[in-house]
Design a protein around this ligand. Structure first.
Ligand code: HEC
Length: 145
């Protein structure tokens, strides 16, 4: 039954939150695209480019905390080749890579906590700290555009 197979495939794709058989490079890049959108929207509020909305900001910060745990599983061996900005150092400097990830996850969790209070004066430095972890990791492990 073609239809049944289609429905099943759609259900699996929905459960995975991504297309079937997507390669790990695309999967991690998709998470980083979500990072860009989410963190960018938050940045606009922090900088006052858009009005600060406490509930919306807290929601975005909570989402950041969730996705901050997601890209790393897709850095599987051999995926330094192909259409990727990932440097081979990810695999040769594993300890340093893991450290960048844990700094990033900790800063993101802290930002979500502070965002829930709605105290913009405290949110600004917490936001900046997360941004530093993006930069710090990119400086070492991501190829320049
Ligand atoms: C622990 C390391 C690390 C951290 C932390 C990190 N990134 Fe990245 N990021 C990478 C690597 C590696 C790539 C390249 C992925 C690829 O092309 O396979 C990347 C790619 C990206 C991309 C390009 C995605 C695309 O379209 O191909 C964006 C945008 C991005 N990161 C944003 C962010 C933001 C914003 C943060 C912080 C909130 C962040 N990253 C934190 C390592 C990191």
């Amino acid at each position: 039954m073609k239809l049944t197979r289609f429905v099943l495939a759609a259900a699996i794709a929905a459960a995975c939150g991504s297309a079937l058989a997507a390669d790990p490079i695309t999967q991690r890049q998709d998470v980083f695209k979500d990072y860009k959108k989410t963190f960018g929207t938050m940045g606009d509020m922090v900088k006052g480019k858009t009005p600060y909305d406490k509930a919306e900001f807290a929601k975005l910060a909570a989402h950041m905390e969730v996705i901050s745990k997601q890209p790393w599983q897709y850095f599987t061996p051999g995926t330094d080749k192909g259409k990727t900005g990932a440097k081979a150092e990810i695999w040769s400097k594993g300890a340093e890579w893991k450290q960048e990830i844990s700094k990033h996850e900790a800063a993101t969790a802290e930002l979500a906590k502070v965002a829930a209070t709605g105290d913009l004066a405290a949110i600004k430095p917490a936001f900046g700290k997360v941004g530093q972890t993006c930069k710090s990791c990119h400086d070492t492990f991501r190829k320049p555009d």
